[in-house]
Structure formats: structure tokens, C-alpha cells
Design a binder for this molecule. Sequence first.
Ligand code: ADP
Ligand code: MG
Length: 411
Amino acid sequence: MSQVPHAVAADRQTPTIGTAWSTEEGATRAHHLFTEHIGGSPDGVWAAPGRVNIIGEHTDYNNGLCLPIALPHRTYVAARRRDDDKVILVSQLDDSVLTWEGTLEEIAPGSVAGWKAYTGGVAWALRQAGHDLSGFEAALVTCVPLGAGLSSSAAVECGVGLVLADLYDLGLTDSDARRTDLVNAARTAENNVAEAPTGGLDQTASLRTTEGHALLLDCNDWSVRQVPFDLDAVGLELLVIDTRAPHRLVDGQYEARRRACENAARILGVGSLRDVGDLGAAVAALDDEELASRVRHVVTENDRVTQFVKLLDTGRVREVGPLMDASHNSLRDDYEVTCPELDTAVDAARDAGALGARMTGGGFGGCAIALVDRDVRNEVATQVVSSFREAGFAHPEFYVVTPGPAALRVQ
Ligand code: ADP
Ligand code: MG
């Protein structure tokens, strides 16, 4: 993706740390794409972030706790309302510009697929929820890497969702509670139109976060709390390592883990694994090594999120590293969703002085994160690159991220 600051180093041994576009750059690019490919001026430009989960992995579908932040990497949407039912979608990816022209009625499950479903699907979901829309024109640009596990999909769904909410005065941005309705529309678009069976974590992170904070999300009731996460103030950085590992067996394995958790909950007689009180008793009752390991991960991971938040609440952010390490080890040994690239990235980051490191997202590829002192960040990245080279893996990409704002209008 040449328009994304993946900045390829001339010397492939030297890590290059990619930064996100500034708001102005993103808005200008979107505005320009609109003018060039649709014509005239947009009514405005909106931006919606990707996300990275700090801790609380594979807990969402077990009614558990997660702690995502919104990325400074965002999808920018320049858009204009129409009075007829025509829809024009334009998206710039790499050096190619994708375009689609159709009608509102044509955006429906089974009628559109791929990028059109991700970008347009939220219009169908909002109409299903009873909102009155007419056509629209949207030009999208993004600096969220696609398919890396940083939720470029939620960024487009939430970006277009916010566009429609504003263009048609749907009242969905007036409060956090109304934004939850927008989360549901974006999630419905992903599940029903793009046909990707994911939970609502990504869309919640994109729409309900606050700058400088991590979002404590309780998937039992979708309640949230903003937890201060100001790394800059204590000289720390969060380094995202995109392993660029091919996602192997992801779909089947994700489903298998979900089924194992449901199965374990049924055997234990609880509604979800969130309700397991006594881990020792649960392990004994299951009498099945593999199921017990899955349950152990979920129960201990929820506990780690709680401990992590307690540290943040009491200003002890430098002490969270061991919880990140323990999370990764649990995902590797008990939940078995890591892969050699993720384990190598995490081990190398720890060896080079990261305070803590773990895989993030669904696993089997995608990204790892490392919490690092600002002045050892390059050393950590260099060590990861050299470990990848030794193992014969693809060259990893790096991003330094801070908690950005939720989706908003920028122009
Ligand atoms: P992730 O969300 O981790 O980046 P997904 O597979 O869930 O990966 O979503 C990636 C898909 O989302 C892409 O293949 C594409 O169809 C769609 N997508 C994401 N961003 C854009 C964009 N800016 N324009 C068009 N489609 C996009
Ligand atoms: Mg996604």
C-alpha cells in the first residue's frame, strides 16, 4: 500500500517506524479523491480509527473484559448527501482506485461483497434499524494497514456510519448511548453484509474511545469506562509489530475456540465463561485437558485485564509489563492461538528490553505489541528484524501508536 506510511527502508535490516497521517493530511487526501473522482465538493470529511487491543484477548465472545485503544491510524471519508437513491463509493488502495455506482436498494446481503460490503453495508444496516436514508457519495482513503488485525474493516464501517448519521441527522452521535446504536449498525454491516462473524469490540473501539485513554469494555453488557493511558507522560511508547505472517487456518480455529468455550460453559452450567468463579473447581469438573486450558486462559485473562486497569488507575503504568507477558504466554500455551512469527516477535522484544510484549487480535498472524521506553524503541525493533531474518520470516512492519480519539467529523 504505497499511500500508507509503511515506509519501506532502503536497507531492509533497518526498521522504519511508520507514523499515521495527520488529520490535515488525511482530510486533504480524502477531499482530493472526492473532487477528482466524484466531482464538486463534499459536504464534509469524517475520520474513524482502527484499534489495537492492549489486553483481554479472546474474552469478548465469553462476555469478558477487553482494553482497546483507538489508533492514530484512521480512515478518512469525504462525503456528500444526494436527494435520489444513487450511491457512489470510491476508495483508494495502493495505487488503484476502486469505484462502485449503484442504488441504495442494491446494497444488501448477497448483493454486494468484498470492499463494497464493508464500505456500503452500514447503509443497509441503518435502514434495517428503521432510519430513513437517501443516496450518498463517499471517497475513502486510509492509513490503517488492511488485514493486519488493526481493524481497517471497523474503520471503514464506522467512518461511513458516522457520515450517514451526520448527513441525515440521525441523532446517533449525540451521546455515548446513541453511539452504541451506531456500533450495532457497523457490526451488523460486518456480520450480515460482509459476512464476517466478528464481535462488536472493533466497532466499539472505533466509536466510543477517548483520546489519551484505553477503553475498558465489559462485553457482558457493553458498558465502557475510559481509563487514563498517557504513555508519553512517563516516557513510554507502544510499538505495534505487524508480523506480516500469513493468516493460517484462522477461520476454522477461531470457530473451534468459540465452540470449545460454549461447550465448557455448558458442561459447567454457566451462561458464559465470565461466570466461572472458581477456576480450580472448573478445571476439575471439566476433566478434559484441552477444554480446561481454554477455560484457564479466559478466566485468567479477565483477571489480568482487571489488574492492568487497577495499575493504570493508580498511576503505575510502568508496572503493567508482566501482565502483558503473562497474557501472551497464556494465549500461546493454554489457548494455542499464536504462531512462530508472533512468538518470535514477542521474545525478541522482551530480550531487547521491552517492559512487556504480547500478541494482539485473533492470533495465528497479525500483530504483536511491545511496551517500550522511548529510548529503547529502535533497539527493540532492530532485534525483532534480526530475529525475523534469522528465522526466514517476512520483513515485519512497525508503528508507534498513542490512544487517539474516536470517529469524528474533521472538516
Ligand atoms: P482488518 O480489519 O484486520 O484490517 P479485515 O479482513 O477484517 O482485516 O478487513 C479488511 C477488509 O476490509 C479489506 O479486505 C477490504 O475489503 C475492507 N477495507 C478496509 N479498509 C478499506 C478501505 N479503506 N476501502 C475499501 N475497503 C476497505
Ligand atoms: Mg477486521
